[in-house]
Design a protein around this ligand. Structure first.
Ligand code: NDP
Length: 429
């Protein structure tokens, strides 16, 4: 049993994480939120109290922290007796926070791959550049570190593992499809940290084709997908974190990531990029000031968390998996549909933050109760997806499956006979 959670970051995803931890504080224990700006942590705490999210009375505290400072982070982990750290700050923090966890023995979770501010799109597989270099250190310290456990990366990795284990004898391809059919009503905004959002799209698009990396250009390949609820939408081949672990861990020859973009987004993106405004390289102004264009663009765009009150529509994110079973070709879609307005009513957030925040709390709960407390580093597809999918079904992120038998809730108990009892027995074992 691990207890007491330290949430790092106080942005859109942290807001959801705080609410969901509060809704489950009987298991998770005390909740601490730490970020650069104390006021943002305090605002989240006010929201948790206003919505009455606490499952039972308990500690909920805000702290100012520069999480690049490993010693300060270690001090806070120890002072708050936190055994689980949920890092939902900027991805630039990952290696510092992980170092603090390795030194203190706290379990580590994040929702995005580590990035160096000065480098965009490094050599694939990206996890080998930073995270996996710390694998041995995690194992030696017995530290559980679950990487990339938001929705994508995160839940889509679990869907892939489920399909490989339970739906097919051989998987030929996995297409991860991310469609946001919602509308925020602003001229232009990104749904999460603009700096990170743009960095995803400004360089080589890596896809995994025939067991090898293939380099593509952004917006070079597009396809119309017909997804449940959100319907037909054009999505573009995009480089994304999960390909860089799934390609190494699942033995599937073709894995691609497709993200839906409207024409307006693409036009604005192309103008910003052509003008050099999405560059991470500093430029000098006439007044002699050195500035990073991408940081300026971030500063003038809406804060993603501020989009929530006006957001309408739904997201649909899932894995379309193709392969064979008993010699027959078959196709399975595992997916979730999330409603922006329902998320706002429940926790005051939009669906992109919600779909990233719920899974990382579900993973924290599985570490707290021992199910996923493996004492080493893992990407999500290396862990048993059944308890994770089952838990999220009860936490506001239900999984559906569409296959030859129709379209239905993916209930691990009904599909493969995995229920709460098995989970408890597995823990006792
Ligand atoms: P935001 O930009 O809204 O929030 C980031 C937070 O990190 C801010 O509160 C910021 O503090 C804090 N922060 C930055 N630097 C430091 C530092 N040195 N010390 C302490 N705190 C710091 O991002 P989001 O909430 O939208 O996203 C959070 C994470 O989730 C990102 O890594 C993002 O890539 C990931 N994500 C993952 C998804 C998935 O499905 N896997 C989907 C969406 C997001 P301050 O405000 O004071 O500057």
């Amino acid at each position: 049993m691990k207890r007491n959670v330290l949430i790092i970051g106080a942005g859109g995803v942290a807001h959801v994480v705080a609410h969901k931890c509060a809704q489950n504080n009987a298991l998770l224990g005390n909740i601490h939120i730490a970020s650069r700006t104390l006021a943002k942590c305090q605002t989240i705490i006010e929201s948790v109290r206003e919505k009455g999210s606490m499952q039972q009375p308990g500690q909920l505290q805000a702290h100012a922290l520069d999480a690049m400072d490993v010693e300060a982070t270690k001090f806070l982990i120890r002072a708050t007796r936190s055994q689980i750290v949920i890092n939902v700050g900027s991805p630039f923090l990952n290696m510092s926070v992980l170092a603090a966890c390795i030194d203190t023995g706290a379990a580590y979770l994040d929702t995005a791959i580590h990035e160096d501010p000065a480098k965009v799109c490094e050599t694939p597989p990206w996890y080998a550049n930073y995270e996996w270099k710390r694998r041995d250190a995690c194992k030696q310290a017995g530290v559980t570190a679950v990487l990339g456990v938001g929705f994508d990366p995160g839940v889509v990795n679990a869907y892939a593992r489920y399909a490989v284990d339970h739906c097919f004898d051989r998987v030929d391809s996995i297409d991860i499809i991310d469609i946001n059919a919602g509308s925020h009503g602003r001229y232009f905004a990104t749904n999460f940290d603009p700096e990170i959002n743009f960095r995803e799209f400004t360089s080589t698009v890596w896809s995994w084709e025939n067991n090898a990396w293939k380099a593509n250009a952004m917006f070079e390949h597009s396809k119309e997908w017909d997804m449940p609820v959100t319907g037909k939408a054009t999505a573009y081949l995009t480089g994304h974190d999960e390909l860089h672990s799934m390609s190494q861990n699942l033995g599937v020859p073709n894995i691609r990531f497709w993200m839906g973009f409207g024409e307006h987004y693409i036009n604005v993106f192309n103008v910003l990029k052509s003008l050099g405004l999405l560059s991470e390289k500093p430029v000098r102004t006439a007044r002699g000031q050195e500035i990073v264009p991408l940081e300026v663009v971030k500063a003038v765009l809406p804060d993603p968390a501020s989009l929530a009150p006006d957001y309408t529509g739904k997201t649909c994110i899932g894995d379309l998996v193709k392969g064979t079973r008993n010699g027959q070709a078959q196709e399975v879609l595992l997916y979730n549909v999330c409603d922006h307005e329902a998320c706002y009513r429940e926790v005051g957030s939009q669906a992109i933050s919600y779909t990233a925040g719920v899974p990382v709390v579900a993973a924290a709960m599985l570490i707290a109760d021992g199910t996923w407390d493996i004492g080493e580093m893992a990407n999500v597809e290396e862990l048993d997806p059944l308890p994770f999918i089952g838990l999220m079904n009860d936490m506001g992120l239900p999984t559906r499956i569409r296959d030859a038998e129709g379209d239905r809730l993916l209930d691990p108990e009904r599909e493969v006979g995995f229920g709460r009892e098995q989970r408890l027995l597995a823990n006792v074992g």
